[in-house]
Ligand binder design. Structure first.
Ligand code: MTE
Ligand code: HPA
Ligand code: MOS
Length: 789
């Protein structure tokens, strides 16, 4: 079968990196040829599993009558925790996360048993027939209730710099308050799925939609009580992960493998959307309690904040998520004396997990809310208050050490914001909006520019490693396997570009294969936006090793020195001679030169002390800024984003088209988080927003009609892969600008003199509440002070 060729891409190109190659699977995506886990041709004898879920938020399991389930049509077997031969756990860090509930249930939706039947439908129908007797226990349903009860999944964390208490006491002005942001469902288009096929000698091949094949291998090996070398996990691609498949694909992979091992038959476990949303964790919602000091110019002089995250029933990744939140409370702003506490509340709800930004958005939006409020108190444009707080440009300017001790050595936020302020005509539009609002009593417009700085690296240092395996075949074509997983973000495209560049051949000669634990071992999750950084470097090193061998071999043919060999445009040139890459490869094979190699990369310069919360957790920072203009209807609370201008620092972009796509997608996903996506649990702890019918992600009609995304011309100061910068998560924070533009529109009702409280997501209801507050506050101010008491 022919591989799709890049339209208009000639064979001879001197640089593959930096070009806007289409996604390597773009044609397969749009023709429907791309194979996702559920599309893999089923082995004969394949069975289908479904989970039986808890209907209580917190209870002891008294008795389970599964007779009706067993007797249901098509059922082959029903398994519970007692049938797990090995370890009943899928917790990535703390082992508090049973695959199947054992003795008690801790949230409504927790899997209790699994039923295996001849068809997916039969399994699902049977799962509903269980008679489960619960002894109900009191449930903690939100983070405030958990805090009251002192219920946490991990010990409280504290990050201190200087003496915040004294500095707050000395501050010219103070602002204290409370605020909340909601959680968010990942809403990957392809739901959680795993397909397990037993192999000889207690081996197991598992196809799984996962960002973390090695972790799946580990969970399955433990659950089955076998060695890791008996388990192979493969993922060709995901239909999105967004963090939701970093740890939480473990449940599905583990349970599918247990079923397959028990019956010695292939078993597929695919969640339908409602079950997926009921069972799996989401972005953590956060509550904040803050107290800051500031001066007349709006510059923050001291800050104290307590962040309370709803972790759900188990630890999962909550500790590193909360750590990233604490390390992003500064965003692009210098904080002197600071005291940050983070609490991971243990609640009887889904175990919250990674979601694009991994706590960074929740950390940074808090300081943005505070600065936005300070601007109204000092009567300044919020952009000027933001600028007054920026980190210094360099050592001479000072103000460049973060609250966790890392020095910011690559600050470009001054130039980047200045460029965007100019290109977006921020000041002119501000005046125009003031005029519009003065003449428009019902519809109000708002505008905001918000900046972003995002730390790149896993904040758990050891995870910053990657491997790759590059094969050059005798026809000159190249197959790359690397530790990263493809979830639509384009990591394979970028890695193939890097390898093509290294070998001096055209992109179409290089192909990436599925992520596979039997090819590259002990991989980290594809997460923390590091996929291309880590795997790109590893693949580059592998390709370089092969190139060096080929160069040595070329010397035997042409003379000269290996260092002089040039690999470009599909040719290898040395000492006035030149030969096609494929011809040289053919000759090298006959001369018994090894034409494949591994590569390994570990990010240098990282260290982190979790006890003192101090160190150099990040390799570098990605920067960006966005201007959003919105309009709200003050009668209905509806909002619409009219225009968005973005400038994003992708360093020397590996692939501008893919990077711009990532920026656009992340902005819209952030917009959903902050405006329309509301998770709602009823008083029993049942998530009622468990399908697209009740949970509103952005639609095409929510996208701004005028959306201008540009990449900032910059090069990474760190020796990252071709001096590029990560792009996967940071642009999600650009959607802050839409939220603060909405708040600006609400504030315009009272001439920007009163701070409207506005919780996120800014749904119609939240906006109306905010409007009601501000109208009441305005009326109270306008009322004559001469009343009779
Ligand atoms: N883009 C698409 N299309 N689908 C996804 O699931 N996940 C995001 C981001 N962009 C995601 C995406 C998240 S949470 C991360 S951490 C990065 O991609 C991971 O990929 P990278 O490290 O290769 O950028
Ligand atoms: N991002 C994503 N996953 C992680 C991180 C991170 O910073 N740290 C540990 N797991
Ligand atoms: Mo992304 S939240 O680090 O998977």
């Amino acid at each position: 079968m022919n591989r799709p060729h890049d339209p208009g891409m000639p064979d001879s190109l001197s640089a593959e990196v930096g070009r806007s190659h289409p996604h390597e699977s773009a044609v397969l995506h749009v023709t429907g040829e791309a194979i996702y886990t559920d599309d893999i041709a089923e082995v004969s004898g394949t069975l289908h599993a479904a989970l039986g879920l808890s209907s209580k938020a917190h209870a002891t399991l008294l008795a389970m009558d599964l007779t009706a389930v067993r007797n249901a049509k098509g059922v082959v077997a029903v398994l519970t925790a007692a049938d797990i031969p090995g370890v009943n756990d899928c917790g990535p860090i703390v082992h508090d996360d049973p695959l199947l509930a054992d003795g008690s249930v801790q949230y409504l939706g927790q899997p209790i048993f699994v039923v295996i039947a001849d068809t997916h439908d039969h399994a699902r129908r049977a799962a509903r027939k269980a008679q489960i007797h619960y002894h109900e226990l009191p449930a903690l349903l939100n983070q405030e209730a958990a805090r009251q009860a002192g219920s946490y999944v991990v010990a409280p964390m504290r990050l201190q710099k200087g003496d915040a208490r004294t500095a707050l006491g000395n501050a010219p002005h103070r602002l204290a308050g409370k605020w909340t942001v909601g959680g968010q469902e990942q809403f990957y288009l392809e739901g959680q799925i795993a397909y397990a096929i037993p192999k000889e000698d207690r081996g197991m091949q598992v196809y799984c939609s996962t960002q973390h094949p090695s972790e799946m291998q580990h969970i399955i090996a433990l659950a089955l009580g076998v060695h890791a070398h008996q388990i192979v996990v493969e993922c060709r691609r995901m239909g999105g992960g967004f963090g939701g498949k970093e740890s939480q694909s473990g449940l599905w992979a583990g349970v599918a493998a247990i079923c397959a091992a028990h019956l010695n038959r292939p078993v597929k476990l695919r969640a339908d959307r409602d079950d997926d949303m009921l069972v799996t964790g989401k972005r953590h919602c956060f509550s904040y309690d803050y107290d800051v000091g500031y001066d007349d110019t709006g510059r923050i002089t001291a800050a104290r904040v307590e962040m309370l995250a709803r972790a759900g029933f188990s630890a999962d990744l909550s500790a590193p998520v909360a750590t990233r939140a604490m390390c992003h409370f500064d965003n692009v702003y210098y904080l002197a004396d600071t005291d940050i506490v983070a609490l991971c509340a243990k609640t009887n709800t889904q175990s919250n997990t990674a979601f694009r930004g991994f706590g960074g958005p929740q950390g940074a939006i808090a300081i943005e809310y505070i600065l936005d409020s300070i601007a109204r108190l000092t009567g300044q444009d919020a952009l000027d208050v933001r600028k007054a707080n920026f980190y210094g440009r360099n050592d001479a300017e000072g103000r460049n050490v973060t609250q966790y001790g890392q020095k910011v050595v690559d600050n470009v936020i001054h130039e980047l914001v200045a460029q965007l302020e100019h290109s977006s005509q921020y000041r002119q539009r501000r005046s125009a909006i003031n005029l519009f609002n003065a003449a428009s009593p019902i519809l109000k417009k708002g505008l905001a520019l918000t900046p972003v700085k995002f730390g790149i690296a896993f904040n758990v240092t050891f995870l910053n490693q990657a491997g790759a395996l590059v094969h050059v075949y005798t026809d000159g074509s190249v197959l790359v396997n690397h530790g990263g997983t493809e979830m639509g973000q384009g990591v394979n495209t970028k890695v193939c570009q890097v390898v093509a560049q290294e070998l001096g051949i055209a992109f179409r000669w290089v192909r990436a294969s599925a992520a596979d634990t039997s090819k590259v071992a002990n991989t980290s999750a594809t997460a923390a936006s590091t996929g291309a950084d880590l795997n790109g470097k590893a693949a580059q090193l592998a390709a370089r090793t092969i190139r060096n061998r080929l160069a040595d071999f070329a010397v035997t043919l042409f003379g000269g020195t290996a260092a002089e060999a040039v690999f470009a445009d599909g040719m290898v040139s040395l000492n006035q001679n030149s030969m096609a890459f494929s011809a040289l490869v053919q000759k090298a094979y006959l001369a018994r030169v090894q034409l494949w190699s591994d590569g390994f990369y570990a990010t240098p310069g990282l260290h982190w002390d979790p006890k003192t919360m101090n160190g150099n957790p990040f390799s570098y920072f990605s920067y960006g800024a966005a201007v959003s203009e919105v309009i709200i209807d003050t009668l209905t609370g509806e909002s619409k984003v009219l225009r968005v201008d973005v400038l994003y620092d992708a360093g020397q972009s590996l692939n501008p088209a893919i990077d711009i796509g990532q920026v656009e997608g992340a902005y819209i996903q952030g917009l959903g988080w902050l405006t329309s996506e509301e998770l709602w649990w009823n008083s029993d702890g049942r998530l009622m927003t468990h399908a697209p019918s009740t949970y509103k992600i952005p639609a095409v009609s929510d996208c701004p009609e005028d959306f201008r995304v540009q990449l900032f011309n910059n090069a990474n100061v760190q020796d990252s892969i071709h001096r590029s910068k990560a792009v996967g998560e940071p642009p999600l924070l650009l959607a802050f600008s839409a939220f603060f533009a909405i708040r600006d529109a609400v504030a315009s009702i009272a001439d920007h003199k009163i701070n409207p409280p506005l919780t996120a997501p800014a749904t119609c209801e939240a906006i109306l509440k905010s409007i009601t507050f501000i109208q009441a506050a305005q009326a109270a101010q306008a009322a004559p002070m001469t009343g009779n008491g």
